[in-house]
Design a binder for this molecule. Structure first.
Ligand SMILES: Cc1cc2nc3c(=O)[nH]c(=O)nc-3n(C[C@H](O)[C@H](O)[C@H](O)COP(=O)(O)OP(=O)(O)OC[C@H]3O[C@@H](n4cnc5c(N)ncnc54)[C@H](O)[C@@H]3O)c2cc1C
Length: 306
């Protein structure tokens, strides 16, 4: 039996290891589309192997740039995460485990341990379809990027909603509020992250949802953040829907409104695994069932009778 092997191109790419963001961006600007920035290379590899993108002449590794692997918390409780950190590093890091549990859960649902040892958080974000994005969206993460000269910081929802910049961009940091910071501002929040695929584990996502919600003693919604993505969809929040239900009591009727709102608002994309209606319904079912659990955990006993 012959096994087909990924054919290596005639000319192997050159691998470059810049020591700074400025140097990396100088290389990228010099070689343009003949070069690609590489963190873990796990997403890029699948694209090259499946002939979805050509192997470029130059690979610019981000692995030797110290500023891209930092991890710290500032006095305001904002966690600064270096984009080149791999998912396994984040899962095992005490600071992240204690103060950013939703991110740990999301990282743990991606691929398998061997991939998570290489796959970076920045690479996941830069694909614009990564399964970490719904979690980062509901955590109100911020994205810091640089063109090699100027740095800009944007809320991740704004960054994702804006068209892909024609200017080359290097992700230099992600900022995520720690659990204490969020709870100080909003009180206790019920949090969830769910990734649904065609099998239980080590599977591409069909739908990924995340959310944070806080209820008052009467089960009225004090704060809510919901996001959905998965497959080839660019994950997004449901901002209008969220704003429309603040202050409303979590009732059966409201759950029905939410179900319809999520299904209508989720910009799902069909692929070989599932069509759009299935993905929309799945996202709506997942989110509504989690809000039901949030009510079970902290809502007023009679709220769902109406
Ligand atoms: C077997 C397998 C299973 C997988 N399962 C999942 C899954 O369940 N969910 C999921 O979301 N993904 C999955 N992936 C895809 C991939 O592993 C992840 O998205 C991973 O987090 C990508 O990180 P990376 O460091 O490998 O990115 P890379 O492949 O190095 O890069 C990805 C993209 O980001 C760019 N990039 C990387 N870092 C930066 C930066 N700092 N600044 C600017 N651009 C940058 C690269 O140029 C490239 O365009 C899987 C991959 C494999 C091989």
């Amino acid at each position: 039996m012959s096994v087909s092997i990924y054919p290596l191109p005639e000319q192997q790419p050159s691998v470059w290891q810049p020591a700074s963001v400025v140097e990396a961006m100088q290389m990228k600007q010099q070689w343009g589309d003949h070069a690609v920035l590489v963190a873990g290379g796990t997403w890029l590899r699948t694209r090259w192997e499946n002939a979805m993108a050509p192997l470029p002449q130059h690979l610019i590794s981000l692995g030797r740039i110290p500023t891209l692997t930092g991890l710290s918390v500032d006095p305001n409780g904002l966690i600064h995460i270096g984009p080149a950190l791999c998912l396994a590093d984040l899962i095992n890091n005490e600071l992240i485990r204690n103060r950013c549990k939703l991110l740990v859960q999301a990282c743990s649902e991606i691929a398998a341990p061997s991939v998570r040892n290489l796959a970076s958080i920045g690479g996941n974000v830069m694909t614009r379809t990564g399964d970490l994005l719904p979690a980062l969206l509901v955590m109100d993460a911020q994205v810091r990027s640089s063109d090699g000269t100027v740095e800009r910081v944007l809320p991740i929802c704004e960054w994702l909603a804006s068209p892909v910049s024609k200017d080359y961009e290097l992700l230099t940091g992600l900022m995520v509020p720690s659990t204490e910071l969020v709870e100080q501002e909003y009180g206790y929040r019920y949090k969830f992250y769910l990734k649904v695929g065609r099998r239980e584990a080590f599977t591409p996502s069909v739908v990924t949802v995340a959310g944070q919600v806080s209820l008052d003693a009467e089960s009225k919604i004090r704060t809510i953040a919901l996001a959905a993505g998965g497959g080839n969809a660019v994950p997004a929040r449901f901002e209008e829907l969220e704003a429309s239900i603040i202050g409303q009591r979590l009732s059966k009727k409201l759950l029905q409104t939410l179900h319809a709102g999520v299904a209508a608002g989720f910009k799902a994309v069909a692929d070989d695994y599932a069509g759009i209606p299935y993905r929309k319904r799945t996202a709506a079912n997942l989110i509504v069932s989690e809000l039901y659990k949030a009510w079970r955990k902290g809502g007023a006993a009679d709220a769902l009778e109406s």
